[in-house]
Design a protein around this ligand. Structure first.
Ligand code: ADP
Length: 256
């Protein structure tokens, strides 16, 4: 294994029935890098994030995060399916923000952000509160700790979801079309926040987005998917101005 890589997919195949959604996929992401996944709807981008969140399991191949297998464990030199405990441990490194925010509706904003650090990381309520208040300040909602999600705009709810993901101090932040459910006037604020996080923290980002301006600003690498394979990857300056693959050209000319 190359030293330092944070995420590694080796020959990962994922099928839903007859539909091969990811086809022997290989890629690596190094710490602190920001990688954007682009490609037509149905090309397998979200499936990659869901595999990393262990919401799905690969049919073939292996995924490692921080050098640890995600769905496997080594026992007596052999790879065997991982225990729930092992999966929980590796997953602590990964946070995800969803399109639909997925906040706990019956909990106030502060509690939304403190719940996982208390339950999963074992932080005391005081420690978790302090961390949550700092993060809510960072996302511009320091004064809304006592609100319920339903009392916030979509953009504010998404900021809470970002604070909630960061409260776990993940090494990897997965962003799945996080602005696509927002009213247009709220999109820029959330993208600006994510741009700040990308530029001021060392969190590694894997991002599925249709916001190509954002992808260009924050990405170290853009990966273009088509039918479960990466058909082109590279720095956004090159990919967006001079793509090589015909499918990438078609896709980008439709979205840029
Ligand atoms: P993208 O994010 O690129 O739009 P997805 O990863 O969401 O693509 O989906 C890839 C393919 O997998 C699509 O054809 C989709 O219909 C299929 N798919 C995704 N999730 C499921 C599921 N739970 N059951 C069956 N098919 C699924």
């Amino acid at each position: 294994m190359t030293q330092g890589e944070l995420i590694r997919f080796d020959h990962v195949t994922k099928r839903f029935g007859e539909n091969t959604v990811l086809d022997s996929l290989d890629f690596r992401v190094f710490p602190g890098k920001h990688v954007t996944l682009i490609g037509p709807s149905g090309s397998g981008k979200t499936t990659i994030l869901r595999l990393l969140m262990t919401l799905l399991k690969p049919d073939e191949g292996t995924i490692t995060v921080g050098g640890e297998y995600l769905n496997h464990e080594k026992k007596n030199g052999r790879l065997v399916p991982a225990s729930e405990k092992h999966i929980r441990e590796v997953r602590k490194n990964i946070g995800m923000v969803f399109q639909q925010f997925n906040l706990f509706p019956n909990m106030k904003v502060l509690r939304n952000v403190t719940e996982a650090p208390v339950q999963v990381l074992g932080l005391s309520r005081d420690e978790a509160d302090e961390r949550a208040r700092e993060l809510l300040e960072l996302v511009g909602l320091g004064d809304r700790c006592d609100a319920y999600p339903s009392q916030l705009s979509g953009g504010q709810q998404q900021r809470v979801a970002i604070a909630r993901a960061l409260a776990m101090r993940p090494k990897v932040l997965l962003l799945d079309e996080v602005t696509s459910a927002l009213d247009p006037e709220l999109v820029q604020g959330v993208l600006d926040l994510l741009r700040d996080i990308a530029h001021t923290t060392d969190v590694t980002m894997l991002c599925v987005t249709h916001e190509m301006g954002f992808a260009r600003d924050v990405s170290d690498c853009v990966m273009m998917f088509d039918q479960g394979k990466v058909i082109e990857f590279g720095h956004p300056d090159k990919m967006f101005s001079d793509p090589e693959n015909e499918r990438t050209k078609e896709f980008l000319s439709a979205v840029l």
